[in-house]
Structures are given as structure tokens and as C-alpha cells.
Design a protein around this ligand. Sequence first.
Ligand code: FAD
Length: 500
Amino acid sequence: NDGDTMPILVIGTGYGGAVAALRLAQAGQSVVMVEKGMSWTQPGSDGKVFCNMLNPDGRSFWLRTETVQPINHFMGAPYDKAISNYTGVLDAEQFSGIRIYQGRGVGGGSLVNGGMAVTPKQENFASILPSVDAASMYSTYYPRANAGLKVNNVDQTWWQSADCYQFARVGKKTAEASGFSTTFVPNVYDFNYMKQEQAGTATRSALNAEVIYGNNYGKNSLDKTYLAAASGTGKVTIVPQHNVTAVSPANGGGFSVVMNQIDTSGNTVKTKTVTAQKVFFAAGSVGTSKLLVTQKATGKLPNLPDSVGTGWGNNGNVMVARQNQAWDATGSLQSCIPTLGIDNWADSGGPAFAEISPFPAGIETFASLYLAITKNPNRGTFSYNSGSGGVDLNWQTAWNQPSIDCAKRIFDPINTKQATIYRTDLFGEYKTWGDDFAYHPLGGCVINVSTDNYGRLTPYPGLYVIDGSLIPGLTTVNPFVTITALAERNIENIIANDFK
Ligand code: FAD
């Protein structure tokens, strides 16, 4: 409520925020979490909380009247659909050179993501986070994160014959026949539940084209894991539909936090100001970066370092699809949960880790779709735009050429060997590469650059960053396990030293 005071406020309920809230509560602290998205617990008129990818409605996108699907064309025709304006679960935030997809709601990105729970190879870790002791990450914090997230592995014997993974078997076969190695990746989706979906004994979710607009069943998103545990302590209050707009030092200590309570059309219902002794920024790479550069530029937190807003990267994301030979059907039934990656990171000429993605069109497409994570050296900077009052990101679409070059080192040889071609009808009218959007925003408030080595904003004791903005633009694999493990490491140090 307006005028409230509290010991700890966490902004955002994604991975970083959920870890902070749980561990602080277990250490005896009371925590309030504010989240701009909805609490996704109430079913709509169709009896379901979330809509699927084949029939998107207002629940799909954050405040839009038309979908902006990652695959926005099909066989030459635009594929987007009119929807009602609503605080839907997936945001497609458009900057000048890139569209950044993010989850909105209690659980953040965990509500919309593919659940791929990948721990990077330890030998690559120093290139990601050189200031962080890798040995303790791999002995303590990665295992702690994997346990907290309920990560599990697919039964490979079942996978070999399940209809819903025909697409993945074709992806594996064509990659391996072309000299590339594939690797199974863990996930937070409950594979035992999926077996029941395939067997026809449970309501379908991953097998019903559900993923990027939310899963109604099967997925252990954060609201089922960390946030459920946090609420279970009785010390954590989660307040949805509140969008934080300003943070500044309060007279008499602590911080004033201004937020707008919004309705499901995005309109402000009420503006509230609260005072918190400590504030954790966990609004995600884009959300936290936008808040921090705005507070610095508008004089609310003028002593933040100049580096705030820098070091942003897209995890080298680029998407592409191949058209398989007629004997390599990928299946009309596809699980939306990926299980395999093509690992070509050891190729020093162009490292890439390509997820073999589902393409749940509901019909046979003969297409193999991939999301490649590549080593792209380009980094963007967020800056406050005093004219618009918004925040710009200077990333240019052309900066993704190095990612395309890395990905081509996998898919050109596969096409040559298989005598197949790229699809050009999915990312535009005639466009091969999905190079102008990202699923994995990282950086903007990099650890040991804009914060100390544990996420403290040192000019303002009591302010912390604990989300993907700490990671300098790349994790070499899908990022959320690393975001979670780093948050586990940082909060342990913060609790030990700052809550004596
Ligand atoms: P987030 O999870 O983004 O959480 C931030 C939260 O803060 C959000 O809920 C947001 O609404 C809220 N917020 C933002 N601004 C404010 C504000 N001003 N006031 C209040 N609240 C605010 N990663 C993987 O590892 N594996 C995958 O398979 C995978 N698949 C993906 C698929 C899709 C479609 C997308 C979009 C992402 C995927 N990701 C995947 C990426 C992963 O979801 C993100 O890296 C992760 O969610 C980032 O965690 P975070 O804690 O930094 O922030």
C-alpha cells in the first residue's frame, strides 16, 4: 500500500528475484516482491490459464493488438493474428535493431521459456564470468540451482520411439550424419508427465502447442519451485500488476520506491510510494538496465557508475530452419519442449550451440528449426532518452552477422551433406535468418564492473542487482541455470555480510 515501509523489496519475480526471496526468507527476513505482470492462476473462459501457440488470444502478448510471433510468416504469408489488448504473458519489446522476448507475470521468463536447463561446460565458465570462482560454482551453486529448479532428464529409451520427438530424431540424425555431435539437455518440464501426455492419459500441454504463451500443465516454472517455497515460509508477499518506475534514497534512510498499480489493459489505477531498507533489482536484463539508467540520468541515483547500461548482449541468438528431404518427416505432433543441442562450441572459427527446436504447426512441415547460441563479440548499451522519457538500446541488426557466420558453420555443411536447403518463408517474406530478435537478453549491469563481485551497487549500500543483467552478454548455452546459480552464490554472500 501507498506509504508502507518494509525491510526488503524485490523488483521482479524471475529467477534472480525468486532465489533472493527464498533465501532471505529462510534467513528469517520478511520480503515483499513486486511484479508488473499478472499472477497466472485464474483460468479464462476456456477453462485454461494460458492459450496455446496455434490459437493465440489476449493472454499471449503483453499489451498488443496483434501477435509478434518469432516465426511470423509461413509459406509466404504473414502469420500474425489480431488479439485483444491485455497484460499477456509474453512481451516482445521492440528496440531499434532488435525485438527482445521476455516473460511477464509471477515467475518471469520461467512462464514462457522452453525449460532447457543447461549448465555450461566448466572449461567455458571463465570466459563468461572471469571474476567468479568456478570451482565453487560447480561444486555448490550449480547443483543447488539444479535442485531448486527441479531439473530432470528425458528417458532416452522412451525418447527413441515417442511420436512427439520425431522432429528431434531427424535433427539428431542429420547433424550426426554431417559430422556434428549432439547432446541431450536437461529440462524443468516433468518428463514423466509428458510420457502420460504421449500415452493419452494426461491432459496435453507440451504436446498441445503450449510453451511461449505459457504451459497449463507439466512445467515446473518458478511459481511451482522457488516462489512456492518462498511463499511457504510465510515471510514472502508477492504483489502482481505493480510496475516500478523510480528508486531513490529516502529521507531518514532506506529507499523510496515508486510504482504504478496497473489493470489488465495496462492503465495505471494508482501510483504508490513505499520505503524499503534494502532493494533488489531483479527485473531482468532489460528491466533492471532500463530502471538503472533512468535513475542515473534523472538524478535519482546519480552516483551509479557510468558503466550502468553497458555490456548488453543477446547470447548470440539466431534462428534458422532447414527443409528436410521427403523421407525425413518431422511429425505433425511435436513436443514444445526441446531435448537436444548440436554442440559445435569447440569450433574456434565460430563457436555455436544450436538447440533443435520444435515447430509445432500441427501439420507435417518437413522443417527442422534451430535456435543457435553463438559467440558474438558485439555488445550494446542502454541509454536514457530525455526526449521520449524512455530507454534506447543501440544494438543494430547487422551486429548479428557474426552469429549467422557461426551458425552457418553447422547448417551449411548439414545442407550440403543432406542435399537440403534453408527455409526462407518463416522469418519474413523472403528471409533465411531470424536475426532481429532474441530470447536470451543478458547484461547491462555487469558483475564486478557496475556492481561489486556479488551484485552490490556500492555507491548505495542496500541496493543490489541479482538477475541476468549481471552476466556480460553470453553464457555459451541457455542462460537460466547460470542466472539462478549466480544468484544463489551472491545471495549467500549478501546474507552472511549485510544482514548481521
Ligand atoms: P526474468 O525472468 O525476465 O524476470 C524479470 C521479471 O521482472 C519479469 O517477470 C518482469 O515482468 C518483471 N519486471 C520487469 N520490469 C519490472 C518493473 N519495472 N517493475 C516490476 N516488475 C518488473 N532460458 C533457458 O535457460 N532455457 C530455455 O529453454 C529458455 N527458453 C526461452 C524461451 C523464450 C520464449 C524466452 C522469452 C526466454 C527463454 N529463455 C530460456 C531465457 C530465460 O527465460 C531468461 O534468461 C530468464 O527468464 C531471465 O531471468 P531473470 O531473473 O534475469 O529475469
